[in-house]
Structures are given as C-alpha cells and as structure tokens.
Design a protein around this ligand. Structure first.
Ligand SMILES: [Zn+2]
Length: 437
C-alpha cells in the first residue's frame, strides 16, 4: 500500500507546465467543443467521466444555455487585410458572440470593440454568455491605429441546442465521506485563471488514484458558475457526504500562497490549510470568505448548501493586473510554483487523512520515558529538543478529545512532527486510537 506521506511532487512542475502548454491554444467557453477537447486531453491522464447536460434544462434559478462553437473570426479593412484575427488569439472574440457577417463603418465597429487603455499591449478577455451580442477584443495600440474605412466583420460561430459538458472523477476511499476538489474549464487561452487549477487537479488526481485513502475524493472539472450550479442541482443527494473541499484557481504564479476561507470560517478545512501554510515557514495570507468576488465557492457556500469549501491559491484573481488579459499566459506561469502549490494540496490531504484522535494509555502522571528509550539519558539541560517537546504535548493532550491537528495548532509544532511522535508512542503502547476523527 502506498502511503500518502510517501509521495512527493518533485520534478512534476515541468510535466504540469507541459500539460498547460497543450491545453493553452484551445478555445474554451462555458459550453462547446473546446471544453470537450480539454476534457479528452485530461482523460489521457486520469479516468475522468464526461457528462453532458442538455440545453434548456432548468438548474435551480438558471437554465442550461445554448451551446456555443466558433470556427473563425476576423475584421478586414477595405484593402482586404485582416486587422483583427481570431486565429492569432482566441481572446480577440467576445466569448459567446452571435454569428455575424457584414460591412460596418468605423463608428459602428468601435461600438463592438473592447480594449485596456491602461495596458495598451494586452488583449482583454470578455464574455457575453446570457445577452445576445457580438464583439472583438484587441490591444489599445491596435485600436488607436484604426482609420475611417468600411470594415468587413466576420464571426463564424454557432449558437444552437446542444449541451453543457463537464468532467467528474470519484476516487473511492474507505469512507463514503468525500473531499470535493473543483476547478473550472471555461476560460480560453488564459493560464493562472484558470488552466493552472485544471492542471493542478489533474496531477493531484493522478497522484491520489493509486493510493489507499481513508476519504473519498471527488474531482470536478466544470464551467465556472453555471457548472457549479448544474452539478449541485443534479447531485443534491451527494452533498451530505461532503466533509470539505477546495477550489483550485490561480495556483501557478510566483506569488505567495493565499487561502480564502470557507463561509463557515472555522471549518476543518480552514484549520488544516492554515496549519499547512504555517508549517511551511513561508509567507502567506489568509482571506475571509467574501461572496462579492471569487469563483465557485459562491455556489458551494451559498446558504442553501454552506459547504465547508475554501480556495487555496497563490495570487488571487483580483490582485494581479494580468488577470483576464492576454498577459495571463504561459510566460506568467512558473513550473516551480505549480509544483509547490501541488505539494501544499498534498500536505492538506496528508493532514485530513491522518488527523486522528488518540488516547493516552498511561494518563496518571507522565510515563517514564527514559526506560522506553524516548528521552535523553542526561538531564538538566535548558531546552528540550523539539521531538521531546512533541512527546509531552501528545501525551498530555491525547485524552480522546483533541485531534492531532488540535494538538499541533495549540503547540505550534508541525503536524508532521506531532503525527510522527504519535506513531512512536503507539509503537511503545503509550497511545491508542480512540476511533474518533
Ligand atoms: Zn476568470
């Protein structure tokens, strides 16, 4: 049996980066063939189930929209030169643009153009999922070069009955209790938000699938918002099994780690992630839950569900200027940091899997540690070694009510040290599992 603590993700960053590079050119949206192609590639790595939910289906207050697909799009000037070309960047087209093929004046064209004057070299990422519209996005530098002319605008897209596609994988563990791990697959050529989350969960599932696990792990690869609403609407019966979970987004940049807490704020996942970040010795930031911004935690943590789901990220969406622009590209990603975030997710799972509550079998005063080879022979020194401190913490607080996580938080000693100490004390018959988690 492979143990969760025996896996490490060294060297995996380059593989994660390479997968991202393969997924990057695909034009994804909340529905359509780009999503299917993406899921098919992920399926080469993990045994993903692919689900299709038909257009028109009601999901809570929403309806599955028509499916959108696009072949090509461009704007040509009167000389026949393509001045905006979807084939060069799929960000050039407003996602969900209706088909169009007509000649327009500069004035009319400008009504459908979007730029970022503050970042004149970047193309913005814009969508119009639920309102019929068409448009192009371009750099402000391109925009400023436009002259009076008659332009040919072509968007060769289709909006028609079809389905919403999502991927799902359940890795069954000893318990039916589930850890939910979710990412979204609806952004076109954008990396941190959100191919980084897609790649991270693919590699996390790849690692966990061959390991004997206590909890079951459910992975979702869904379009943001409508996908989470759809999954929750179709799976209300499964929600009671969810112990806690994480949403993976913005995990590949070189910024420090950031954890956005669940709506509950003091759920086990909130404690576990904070402990992992604290134990790492690296700088990090903890953010409170905020429904006014963010990703699918807004659905999972809506009051009718209030699932203990947080989001472990690096630089959050709102804090990097490259967000939702062509600058959130492969150059903005770091293979080292992708691997580092993956390892933090593995550390979170390590704690969840090993957070037992033990009972001290010799609770009346301290057991004599020296005769068991657990304490240095010489006494009188000023400071206990950390391992010795851990022994006293574990023995004192293993009264059947404190979990190893509780003890590690209260003592400030790393979870791994507390867990290793508990393992040694079990071997010496000083502790037993109280079968509580
Ligand atoms: Zn986004």
């Amino acid at each position: 049996m492979v143990q969760i603590d025996s896996i490490g993700a060294d060297g995996v960053g380059q593989d994660m980066y390479d997968l991202m590079k393969k997924l990057f050119p695909i034009c994804r949206s909340i529905t359509g063939d780009g999503v299917r192609e993406t899921l098919k590639i992920i399926k080469e790595h993990i045994p993903l189930g692919i689900n299709e939910v038909p257009t028109g289906k009601k999901v809570f207050d929403w309806t599955i929209p028509e499916e959108w697909n696009i072949n090509d799009a461009y704007v040509k000037n009167s000389k026949g030169e393509k001045i905006i070309d979807f084939k060069k960047s799929n960000l050039h087209v407003l996602s969900y643009s209706v088909p169009i093929n007509k000649k327009v004046s500069l004035k009319e064209l400008k009504e459908h153009l979007h730029t970022l004057p503050d970042y004149p070299d970047w193309i913005p990422y814009m969508t119009s999922y639920y309102e019929e519209n068409w448009g192009f996005c371009l750099t402000h530098k391109q925009y400023e070069k436009l002259k009076e002319d008659i332009y040919e605008v072509v968007i060769d897209s289709k909006l028609e009955e079809g389905s919403l596609t999502y991927g799902e994988l359940l890795l069954g563990g000893e318990s039916e209790e589930e850890i939910l791990l979710s990412c979204y697959i609806c952004h076109p050529s954008l990396c941190n938000d959100n191919l980084s989350g897609v790649v991270l969960l693919t590699y996390l599932a790849k690692y966990l699938k061959d390991i004997k696990l206590k909890y079951s792990y459910r992975f979702l690869f869904i379009p943001e918002t409508i996908g989470a609403i759809t999954w929750l609407s179709l799976n209300e019966d499964k929600v009671n099994n969810i112990k806690c979970g994480l949403i993976a987004t913005c995990v590949g940049d070189s910024g420090q780690l950031t954890y956005k807490k669940s709506r509950k704020g003091n759920a086990v996942i909130d404690k576990v992630v904070e402990k992992v970040l604290n134990d790492s010795g690296e700088p990090y930031e903890i953010l409170d839950f905020n429904p006014a911004c963010g990703s699918d935690e807004r659905q999972f943590c809506s009051p009718g569900f209030n699932l203990p789901m947080g989001s472990l990220m690096r630089t959050p969406y709102s804090n990097f200027p490259e967000y939702h622009t062509s600058a959130d590209n492969l150059d903005y990603m770091s293979s080292v940091h992708l691997a580092d975030t993956l390892n933090k997710y593995i550390d979170v799972i390590f704690i969840l899997e090993n957070n037992f509550t033990y009972l001290n079998l010799n609770p009346k005063c301290e057991p004599q540690l020296g005769k068991r080879g657990l304490f240095r022979a010489l006494s009188g020194g000023k400071n206990l070694k950390l391992d010795e401190q851990a022994i006293f913490w574990v023995l004192n607080f293993c009264d059947g009510t404190n979990s190893l996580l509780d003890i590690s938080i209260r003592s400030g000693i790393s979870f791994k040290n507390i867990k290793n100490t508990a393992d040694v004390l079990i071997e010496k018959d000083l502790l037993k599992n109280s079968n509580k988690r």
